[in-house]
Design a protein around this ligand. Structure first.
Ligand SMILES: [Zn+2]
Length: 328
């Protein structure tokens, strides 16, 4: 089974990663101790006293327990003081995990259930769906966003320059990121000709949302719809529930809407995804970005009123204008 194999590979990586961090921490500790024999002695004493304390606890010898607690506390203070003088934080002894939510185990406890940590979910999404799509994310983020690529000449019809326009869209995107968990914050529709930076901006946003520890799934509309149908018809490995993932991922980016071939079944599937994501099922806030070369009129005529009205009602419409910036 494909996902099981993917999952197994990732979990192997995780355990390797954990082992290396723990080993590194242990080495660092040894190194620090080798230079400060006092620290090592104190730690040994603390360990011995802790064992002694357990014995006393078993014997119900409260007087001794209290005495040992005091001694341990003094030793800890002493250790703290030495470390402070050496400019070492107590954190230096702890392993440095990549994900400090699950400590690189991939799983966390929620209530009395064990669930997948977002870092693990995202790893699976990247392998199964995102592939190279958000591979550009290291290059395409707000730090490389350049509004100067857009002309500052005012468009007579629209009464705004492409540069002013993209600045407004950037601001809307930043608010979208900031208010991601606010149910009243709308989704985003990026519309406009190709080469105006729509996918680039999607990547900028994905990068920031991933930094928040949330999950992001990127699909072009044709690939997304085909994968849903393949799943429905059992052509795809059923262990990967793409529909479930498309509905539940924190941020879904549907790129290139309008480049897919359509029929009524595909329309229904598309509506299901767009609509389900608006319902905030299980009190989970999910957001969607749709990017398309179509304008709103096209969307209403090509899709249907059901899809069009969801977009009008629940999406901030960002119209990209200007000349192709890819040549610049
Ligand atoms: Zn994690």
């Amino acid at each position: 089974m494909k996902q099981n194999k993917t999952l197994r590979n990732i979990l192997d990586e995780y355990s390797e990663k954990r082992f290396l961090s723990e080993q590194k921490a242990e080495e660092k500790k040894k190194e620090i101790y080798s230079k400060n024999i006092n620290l090592e002695n104190i730690e040994k004493q603390i360990n011995l006293k802790s064992i002694h304390k357990i014995n006393m606890l078993l014997q119900n010898n409260n007087e001794q327990v209290e005495k040992i607690d005091l001694e341990i506390n003094n030793l800890k203070n002493e250790k703290e003081k030495i470390m402070k003088n050496l400019n070492i934080s107590s954190k230096s002894f702890l392993p440095h995990y990549e994900c400090n939510i699950c400590n690189d185990t991939g799983y966390i406890r929620k209530g009395n259930k064990t669930i997948m940590c977002n870092c693990l979910k995202q790893k699976i999404f990247n392998i199964e769906y995102n592939k190279s799509n958000i591979g550009n994310i290291e290059k395409e983020n707000f730090s490389t966003f350049n509004e100067l690529l857009y002309s500052d000449e005012i468009d007579e019809n629209l009464n705004i320059s492409p540069r002013e326009n993209i600045k407004i869209i950037k601001k809307i995107s930043e608010n979208f990121i900031k208010n991601f968990d606010d149910p009243n914050e709308k989704n985003l529709l990026f519309t406009g000709n190709i080469g105006l930076g729509k996918t680039f901006l999607c990547n900028c946003i994905a990068y920031e949302i991933l930094k928040k520890g949330k999950t992001v799934l990127y699909q072009t509309a044709p690939v997304m719809i085909d994968s849903i149908l393949n799943y429905r018809f059992g052509k795809q490995d059923s262990s990967i529930n793409i529909v479930d993932n498309l509905i539940n991922v924190d941020l879904l980016i549907i790129d290139d809407l309008g480049t897919e071939s359509l029929n009524s079944m595909k329309l229904t599937e598309l509506f299901t995804i767009i609509n389900s994501r608006l319902l905030n099922q299980n009190n989970k806030i999910t957001k969607t970005i749709i990017s398309t070369n179509l304008n709103l009129n096209n969307i209403f005529s090509i899709y249907n009123e059901r899809i069009g009205s969801r977009i009008i009602g629940y999406y901030n419409i960002c119209k990209f204008i200007g000349d192709d910036i890819r040549l610049k």
